[in-house]
Design a protein around this ligand. Structure first.
Ligand code: A2P
Length: 282
């Protein structure tokens, strides 16, 4: 097309361009319920590790009008703020409007990404402390995959307790591999520091398949097993901080336990002793 060629309505419509399109650079399936993928990062996107964005695909054409609307959901960015690409960790819901389609994406495909990051699982929303608990279930591990790769996490705390509870052992793989990689990858060791990486205490548990540690983390907090296993005192609002990400029911149960221990919920506008965000569910 030359500069003189007028752009008519027809020309514009003939080449459908996905709004806010980003290109898929890798996809890894972990189980028939879980997968992770990476996409290109918009040059202008700035975000704080732990935040989420809206991502999605074009929906099916409307049966009468043929119009397509974007189908978007909130997804925590699983990659750290310094990464060239963006990573996401997702569940596959067979009849989920978005994930039933998203699970089939391949390298080179495009997804929609609205470059407006928000969220409360950020360092800015926490008061200074000594020990940071990261409590997650299922895909709620995603924002912590970002924060564990963020140098600030280690500057702010002496100890980082990363708990991840899933139904089965296989569902722990994404988190376990990420932590193993942090401790073995030369680039990550150089960026985060060996002494800092030694601050991580990984505490995986399963609820429906036999594994070395079984039980809901809420139960293990309530009966004191978590603290006994770690060899640390019970939760103390003077030194302990927590970030929580899981299902709505999980978040509510943990919130009650944090409040019972005397921790107050924080927000970007008013930092506190713990912060909560709901994981994307379907
Ligand atoms: P459970 O197997 O006892 O339901 P899901 O895959 O359904 O999102 O669940 C992820 C993990 O979170 C499962 O191990 C599940 O345990 C656990 N879980 C679900 N709800 C709660 C809750 N309210 N409190 C603590 N753990 C929960």
């Amino acid at each position: 097309m030359t500069e003189q060629t007028p752009v008519t309505e027809t020309t514009a419509k003939a080449v459908p361009v996905l709004p806010d399109a980003q290109t898929v650079t890798s996809v890894k399936h972990y189980t028939d319920r879980l997968f992770a993928f990476r996409v290109s990062r918009p040059a202008s996107l700035r975000f704080r590790s732990g935040e989420f964005v809206m991502i999605g695909l074009m929906g099916d054409p409307h049966p009468e009008t043929g119009k397509q609307r974007p189908l978007l959901r909130a997804y925590s960015i699983a990659s750290p703020s310094w990464d060239d690409e963006l990573e996401f960790y997702s569940i596959k819901v067979p009849d989920g409007p978005l994930t039933s389609k998203l699970q089939h994406i391949k390298v080179g495909d495009q997804i929609i990404l609205k470059p407006k990051p928000v969220g409360t699982l950020v360092h800015d929303a926490l008061l200074p402390g000594t020990r940071l608990y990261l409590f997650s279930t299922g895909t709620g591990f995603a924002p912590f995959a970002s924060l564990l790769r963020e140098p600030e996490t280690y500057e702010n705390f002496d100890e980082i307790v990363m708990t991840h509870t899933c139904r089965d052992v296989d569902e722990l793989t994404y988190g376990r591999e990420l932590i193993e990689n942090l401790k073995s990858d030369e680039m990550m060791i150089e960026l985060l520091g060996e002494e800092n990486l030694a601050k991580i205490r990984y505490y995986p548990t399963t609820t429906r398949e036999q594994s070395p540690k079984m039980g809901r983390i809420t139960t293990l907090i309530e009966n004191g097993e978590l603290f006994a296993d770690l060899g640390v005192p019970a939760l103390d609002p003077a030194v302990d901080r927590a970030m929580v990400c899981g299902s709505l029911a999980f978040n509510l149960d943990i919130k009650a336990l944090m409040e019972k221990a005397g921790l107050n919920e924080g927000a970007n506008s008013e930092p506190g002793e713990f912060v909560i965000e709901k994981a994307f569910v379907g």
